[in-house]
Design a protein. Structure first.
Length: 341
């Protein structure tokens, strides 16, 4: 089914069916008890009752090591040192990232982490299939947080919440105990995030988390931090930060150091700063950022933003906003479950 015809199935009556299917998230009365390290910052995850590490282990980079043993060793070292938030996605490195994380979470490590992954499927059947594949690769019966990935088109919310849309598969998986919390991600434009919230509100659906770019340049161009984060906070939806370094174009602008970029993210309203960690050195950098972090005052934030303003105004260092370079579902429309026509 192509995108246009899929959208034609959306009706007002369907909104009621989504709402009555138990869309409201049920907050955990007591967050899972995971080991915490004095060398890490831990924060509340919205209104879920969960406490998670302020640094999240980015899943994409975990699939890039030539030897799987390197990935597993890196993940377990991060967990042993106090990182409890694990990020991943069904499509990262063709599934390799989930496979390696699943291998690393054997031997009792699964119980030490809050596990998140994402799906691309926009229709019920595709989403359900991807959920099952992720569960298998991650070698777990339960995914703590499942997020709709790459909500970057203005009609993505319509497709996800349409009759036969992905939200139905997610609700079914949640009712079956396969997932605990639900969120969404996107990196293109704040207006899409706001429309996702609006569409969910119309059917009584609460998102537990929302993932967005938060970095030293975002404030100057299509700002998620200024435009979306306050809306999430009003709803009790936890903010997850990504694109701290612009992978790696913001660092290439020479307007900020990695340490200051991480400090800026940690200073934001984000519960977690998800960052790509592909080596022991970069892992050490993340822990050093936590060790040396102290809250920034308004003058310090203003000084950072003043330094990045000129470089940031056109978005040329935030390619995820201004190009299709990071749009995996544009390059691979089959991941969505229909022809992107």
């Amino acid at each position: 089914m192509d995108r246009r015809n899929f959208l034609k199935t959306a009706t007002v009556a369907a909104a009621g069916s989504v709402a009555t299917a138990g869309a409201q998230s049920t907050p955990s009365s007591v967050g899972a008890c995971r080991p915490e390290s004095p060398n890490m910052i831990y924060r509340e995850l919205g209104r879920t009752g969960e406490r998670v590490s302020a640094i999240g282990m980015g899943g994409y980079h975990i699939g890039k090591q030539p030897n799987p043993d390197e990935s597993i060793r890196l993940l377990r070292t991060a967990i042993d040192r106090g990182i409890t938030f694990m990020d991943n996605c069904w499509d990262y490195n063709g599934g390799i990232s989930e496979v390696r994380m699943g291998q690393a979470l054997r031997d009792g490590y699964r119980q030490k982490v809050f596990l998140m992954t994402k799906i691309d499927g926009r229709d019920r059947n595709t989403a359900a299939r991807q959920i099952e594949q992720s569960l298998g690769r991650l070698q777990t019966d339960v995914i703590d947080l499942l997020q709709f990935h790459e909500v970057i088109r203005l009609d993505d919310p319509d497709v996800i919440f349409a009759p036969g849309g992905a939200v139905e598969a997610v609700q079914e998986a949640k009712h079956a105990g396969k997932i605990r919390y639900v969120g969404f991600t996107g990196h293109k434009d704040p207006s899409v995030h706001l429309r996702m919230f609006e569409t969910a509100d119309n059917v009584g659906f609460h998102f537990d988390t929302v993932q967005m770019p938060i970095n030293v340049m975002d404030a100057h161009f299509r700002s998620f931090l200024n435009g979306v984060a306050p809306v999430a906070q009003e709803r009790g939806t936890a903010v997850l930060a990504m694109k701290t370094f612009g992978d790696p174009y913001i660092l290439q602008s020479k307007t900020v150091t990695p340490m200051k970029a991480l400090h800026f993210g940690l200073n934001s309203p984000a519960s977690v700063v998800i960052t790509g960690i592909d080596s022991p050195a970069i892992l050490e950098q993340a822990f050093e950022a936590v060790k040396t972090f102290s809250p920034l005052d308004r003058q310090q934030v203003a000084a950072i933003l003043a330094k990045t303003k000129e470089a940031a105004m056109t978005g040329k260092f935030e390619l995820f906003k201004t190009s299709s370079h990071y749009d995996g579902t544009i390059k691979n429309p089959s991941w969505l479950g229909y022809t992107n026509g």
